[in-house]
Ligand binder design. Structure first.
Ligand code: G6P
Length: 613
């Protein structure tokens, strides 16, 4: 993670970089720093905390200059203090470098550099890299571009880096491997950042740097790109489709709330153009060529992390239930290290909002090596996973900025539903009538989500009642079980209340011991599925004095009599219920977090995009 921004051109660099850092703060907010050069003078300012702390710090400092780089950090090596904050400088204080990623062999490089007389100020792996570049530049008598290239040949690990030299106020050197980097091309100016959000208001012409590529970004010259093995590449200029509104709060108090309320629209966008209104035919253009592979797959292995893993669990129910294909859902971080059995007949499907999660990428790479077909469901267009996979489908949810994932989750579930339905139709595991009924129901989901969102005031009242609880239990069965896991994760992430999600029936094998009159229990008890069985589980909770918040189907009477609070959501098919039942849980955790004065959009210790393992 970590966010990086750079600017070189005719404008003042500082305001552009700070604005960019605010946009990238979702990637990490342990510390922030900036390096600006002017008249062969290098000014570096850094501060523990958020970008706003950096802004306060530099108020009376000289930030003048037309070239600079900035960084917002999610700490990996070294505590998040001022010393470990980026940028880091070379021993002679000529070079400044920012880095997103991990240099795995930094320890051996550092020891060797210390032996050769280098002195380090921080505990970071990044500082090692800038010293290495400095040494190569001096010893080999090469320019910065070449020195960076040679240094990267000695590095094992992942990186997106920007380097500037106070002797050259016209040039930034950028390189990437495993962490994203986008270069925006303006007139006589360049912007470079971890994603396109800091760039979008200045130019729509961008170049996505590829892995192991290094760029010389000189304001007076055309962009020059080569690989770290010294092969020259012609830059491919893409046009940005991102809109400025999509990355602003538009009147909402937090990005997370905006993103929760955007879900009806996002779900529509995910389905747009993929369901033929007349025939009900589903077309997922991105995987068309690989449909046969999926149809004939012996199993589908879904790899993901966090919320995307929960979406994967719903995918398991959908593919097995509708398309009768066996599915395994794996934490990418476990899968990649446990010598999994993968064959050419397997389809490995990665789910990732960011398309950059290091463990998910590594799991895919492993599956690729073993000959499996690799597919992806991602939100960020042009990110690393879509580039790596054989084929895939975008969720089209638009930028998700709140660290706790909401609209990414529901749109991932929509894509999984479309995939499962398409395969079911091809395989004939659903009758035509069943297929058409589910499609009709799916098309009604955006309107039904809108109805659930109307319950916001009621959910706020419930939040006020439970905001001081120290533990929560979330229970669900069948399709609602992954929803219970996701609801608990949302609460943990943003309100710091301990919460566990459990299959409702499994509760009696342990968590039931936790239940007393202080324990709130959120139960997903919507109609169909295992409703009667969930009602029995509710009775078990009630008998032990637990305080019940139930998510039920409109008109429910049985659970209403048992629960302390009921949230009634519209009826829908069991297979699609997660798309509705997750909404009250997102709102509940949002309101509890706000009432506890937590930083909803940037919860402590977390980052949106985890590009380290
Ligand atoms: C981080 C984020 C989560 C996200 C997970 C996986 O932990 O904070 O919200 O679910 O990474 O990210 P991905 O981008 O792969 O979906």
């Amino acid at each position: 993670m970590c966010g990086i921004v750079g600017y070189v051109g005719g404008q003042q660099a500082y305001p552009i970089i700070v604005k960019g850092l605010h946009r990238l703060e979702y990637r990490g907010y342990d510390s922030a720093g900036i390096a600006i050069t002017t008249d062969k003078q290098l000014n570096i300012y850094k501060q523990a905390g958020k970008v706003s702390d950096l802004e306060d710090f530099v108020k009376d400092k000289n930030v003048k200059g037309n070239i600079g780089i900035g960084h917002t950090r999610w700490a990996t090596h070294g505590v998040p203090n001022q010393l470990n904050a980026h940028p880091h400088k070379s021993g002679d204080s000529n070079l400044a470098l920012i880095h997103n990623g991990i240099i795995e062999n930094y320890d051996s490089l550092k020891k060797a550099l210390i032996k050769r007389g280098h002195v380090f100020e921080s505990e970071t792996d990044t500082e090692v890299l800038v010293h290495l570049i400095e040494e190569i530049k001096k010893n080999e008598k090469v320019n910065l571009f070449e020195a960076v290239r040679l240094a990267l040949n000695e590095v094992i690990g992942a990186y997106a880096i920007l380097v500037i030299d106070k002797e050259n106020n016209e040039e930034i050197i950028a390189a990437r491997k495993g962490s994203p980097l986008v270069i925006g091309i303006g007139k006589g100016e360049y912007f470079v950042a971890s994603d396109a959000t800091p760039i979008v208001e200045y130019t729509r012409n961008v170049v996505y740097l590829e892995d192991e590529q290094i760029a010389r970004i000189n304001k007076k010259e055309a962009l020059e790109i080569k690989t770290i093995s010294n092969i020259i590449k012609t830059p491919y200029i893409d046009e940005l489709e991102l809109s400025l509104e999509a990355i602003e709060k538009e009147g909402f108090e937090h990005f997370m709330l905006k993103e929760i309320f955007e879900q009806p629209k996002c779900i529509l966008d995910t389905m747009r153009g993929r369901i033929n209104a007349k025939t009900g035919e589903i077309t997922l253009g991105g995987i068309l060529d690989y449909e046969k592979k999926i149809l004939n797959a012996e199993r589908i292995i879904i790899v993901a992390c966090g919320t995307s893993w929960h979406a994967g669990l719903i995918g398991e129910y959908l593919f097995e239930d509708l398309a009768r294909i066996s599915v395994e859902v794996e934490y990418a971080s476990e899968f990649r290290y446990r010598n999994p059995i993968i064959t050419e007949k397997d389809v490995v499907l990665a789910i990732s909002q960011s398309g950059e999660t290091a463990d998910t990428m590594a799991a895919l790479e492993l599956a690729k090596q073993k000959g499996a077909t690799i597919l992806g469901i991602c939100n960020v267009v042009g990110s690393s996973i879509p580039r790596l996979t054989d084929a895939g489908s975008y969720t089209h949810a638009g930028p998700e900025i709140g660290v706790a994932s909401t609209k990414a989750f529901t749109t991932q579930v929509v894509v999984l539903t479309l995939m499962a339905l398409r395969i079911a139709k091809e395989k004939g595991t659903l009758t035509n009538t069943e297929y058409r009924q589910i499609i009709t129901e799916l098309e009604l989901i955006p309107k039904k989500v809108e109805k659930v969102l109307e319950l916001d005031d009621l959910i706020k009242e419930i939040a006020a009642e439970f905001k001081d609880a120290t533990n929560f239990l979330y229970l669900g069965r069948g399709y609602n079980f992954p929803v219970a896991l996701e609801g608990a994760l949302k609460l943990k992430e943003i309100s710091y209340i301990h919460a566990e999600g459990y299959p409702a029936a499994e509760m009696k094998h342990g968590p039931i011991a936790l239940i007393d009159e202080h324990m709130p229990i959120v139960v997903l008890a919507t109609r169909k599925g295992n409703y009667e069985k969930v009602v029995s589980n509710i009775q078990e909770v009630k008998a032990r004095g637990g305080r019940l918040i139930a998510i039920v189907t409109e008109g429910d009477k049985t659970v209403k009599e048992l629960a302390d609070y009921c949230i009634e959501i519209p009826a829908c098919f069991e297979e699609l219920m997660p798309l509705l039942s997750i909404i009250p849980l997102q709102l509940l955790s949002y309101h509890i977090a706000v009432m506890r004065n937590c930083n909803v959009d940037q919860p402590r210790n977390l980052a949106k995009s985890v590009t380290v393992e």
